[in-house]
Design a protein around this ligand. Structure first.
Ligand code: C2E
Ligand code: CA
Ligand code: CA
Ligand code: CA
Length: 287
């Protein structure tokens, strides 16, 4: 897109940009630039907020952890979905700063919930490819944990298949240094990228997250068999399994039959803002 921007600039200079760009391409580039600017402003003005989605034990129905999910709340355009701004932030590199804001806020919130006696599990934070390949990643994480006085035991990082398969050998060494600190590691969106089973057993992983797409397919026998295979592979590798995007009771019982322990999805709860998540934790305590 950098080249496209340059081409558009030159085309505009000559006043004939229709030669190079149809309206929809032009519109897209403008939108992208708008969001990039909004994000720059939003980082300054603290417009990035963290929501939390519970991860529940399928057998006991109790909370075992949560995933931190970023929300971009702009004064003029309302909430912009991560599906829209994360890919752009990845491209521009702004994801590094956004990711650190999310980690910092998640650590702060979880520290408070622990101190209040409301929680003692792990918070899972998504780590982007750009963050993962920072040479000083572990130091950056250490600093944020220390600043919030949160022991690394309470942190889990979700890393997508694509991120770790880019350079598996390098990934293994980065993951080892995170794992050595007691940070748990989850492979996210499993099955949607080009995962290599040969590598899977070499990564120091704790958790495998079954992507929502597979959960959606569980109404068919083939779909259930697919999830069965994934769960079996995970268990053979001693990985904890989390199924995401669970919305229906049928999916829940199918997953229970396949021995999938942990569930995340609208069936239990949508992602909640910190205040609503506090209420969720309080209600859990009273069970
Ligand atoms: P993800 O990591 O796969 O997160 C799960 C997504 O599925 C979340 O979307 C969540 O709200 C949604 N979800 C959970 N349960 C259900 C369900 O039952 N039904 C449906 N329809 N959706 C469900 P969200 O919050 O919009 O985030 C989308 C993606 O954006 C995430 O996918 C993740 O890849 C990325 N993302 C979100 N926050 C961050 C962040 O702080 N850092 C980075 N690097 N990426 C993030
Ligand atoms: Ca995730
Ligand atoms: Ca996921
Ligand atoms: Ca997903």
């Amino acid at each position: 897109l950098k080249n496209a921007d340059t081409a558009m600039y030159h085309a505009k200079q000559r006043g004939n940009h229709y030669l190079f760009f149809n309206d929809s391409m032009n519109e897209q580039a403008v939108k992208r630039l708008q969001i990039e600017n909004l994000m720059r402003f939003g980082l300054k003005e603290d417009h990035f907020v963290v929501y939390y989605q519970p991860k529940m034990d399928i057998k006991t129905g109790r909370l075992v952890g949560m995933e931190a999910l970023v929300r971009f709340i702009t004064p003029k355009k309302g909430i912009i979905s991560p599906g829209i701004f994360i890919p752009i932030a990845e491209e521009t590199g702004q994801i590094i700063e956004i990711g650190e804001v999310v980690l910092d806020k998640a650590c702060k919130d979880v520290k408070r919930w622990i101190d209040q006696g409301l929680f003692d599990g792990r918070v899972a934070v998504n780590l982007s490819a750009k963050q993962f390949s920072l040479p000083d990643l572990t130091t950056r994480i250490d600093i944020i944990l220390q600043k919030n006085q949160l022991p690394s035991y309470f942190l889990e990082l979700e890393i997508t298949e694509g991120t770790i398969m880019d350079d598996p050998q390098e990934a293994i060494s980065i993951m080892r240094s995170l794992s050595a600190r007691g940070i748990h590691l989850a492979i996210d969106d499993f099955g949607t990228g080009y995962s290599s089973l040969a590598y899977l057993k070499q990564f120091p992983l704790n958790t495998l997250k079954v992507d929502k797409a597979f959960v959606d397919d569980m109404s068919s026998e083939r779909g259930r068999n697919m999830v069965d295979s994934i769960v079996t592979i995970a268990h053979n590798l001693d990985l904890h399994v989390v199924a995401e995007g669970v919305e229906k009771a049928e999916q829940l019982s199918a997953l229970e039959q396949l021995n999938c322990q942990t569930i995340q999805g609208y069936f239990y709860s949508k992602p909640l803002c910190a205040a609503d998540f506090t209420s969720f934790l309080r209600a859990q305590k009273q069970r």
